[in-house]
Design a protein around this ligand. Structure first.
Ligand SMILES: [Zn+2]
Length: 253
């Protein structure tokens, strides 16, 4: 049983047996992995607070060839997001990041870009609060890294450049169509929302936040990206609903 050491982000944990935890984590080198943390729910557990949602940790675990689950040996906290979770809507934002990652990534597929995206997103939520702009950036990039997002600047049928007028798409499907090529059943997406999406996919989150896009446009493109993600994972995101229900109280940034 080789002992492996890596950096990881805790995605989710579930109670297991009498005092254990089943832990889903993103290993920076090896991708999404599930393992058992023995005694993690017992008082004075050696895992302490290292298994909180989105905790950035150094992890040591044993891999067993014949078993799917690894055995966690030790964890050390590099960065905690417990402080961010004290705010209700921020915690829902982090839950959305965790849920999307858990469902969108295949097991043991290297995902260093997603790893960096999660840290960037969680740190931005800490600094700016759980804004739609940040979650739109995260969701668009997750869809792009998954290979599920096409270009946001041209019609997928006639390839005409979009950019002044609204575009159309079937909800859940990323392909965009111009007014000429659209089908009557398609939903409209505004050019302002697409402009936010293009900016998100062509630069940094910092630049996007500096542009201070309108809340309504960020919300529209976030909704488009989450529809695309839900279509691919074949599941409705639980935290999306919670986020959308509670978001009316978020301050505009
Ligand atoms: Zn067209």
């Amino acid at each position: 049983m080789p002992l492996k050491e890596s950096e990881a982000i805790v995605l989710r944990t579930y109670p297991l047996g009498e005092g254990d935890r089943l832990v889903s984590f993103l290993d920076r080198q090896s991708g999404r992995i599930r393992g058992v943390a023995r005694g993690a729910r017992l008082p004075k557990s050696r895992f302490g607070s290292t298994l909180e949602m989105l905790a950035y940790i150094r992890i040591w675990y044993f891999e067993r060839e014949t078993r799917e689950l690894v055995r966690l040996n030790q964890c050390e906290l590099i960065e905690s997001f417990m402080d961010v979770q004290r705010d209700y809507l921020s915690s829902v934002g982090l839950a959305l990041v965790s849920e999307v990652t858990e469902l969108a990534l295949g097991e043991r597929e290297a995902a260093d870009a997603q790893f960096r995206l999660i840290l960037l997103t969680a740190r931005a939520i800490r600094t700016h609060g759980p804004s739609q702009v940040i979650l739109a950036y995260f969701s668009l990039w997750t869809a792009r890294l998954g290979g599920w997002l096409g270009p946001l600047d041209s019609c997928s049928r006639c390839t005409r450049a979009l950019g002044v007028e609204a575009a159309f798409h079937s909800p859940g499907f990323a392909e965009l169509y111009c007014a000429e090529c659209r089908d009557n059943r398609m939903a409209k997406i505004s050019n302002e929302a697409l402009a936010v999406g293009r900016l998100a996919l062509s630069g940094t989150l910092e630049r996007l936040l500096k542009e201070n896009p309108a809340m309504s446009s960020a919300k529209e493109i976030l909704s488009y990206a989450l529809d695309v993600l839900e279509q691919h994972i074949e599941k409705k995101l639980i935290s999306r609903k919670t986020f959308e229900t509670g978001e009316s109280g978020i301050a505009e940034i």
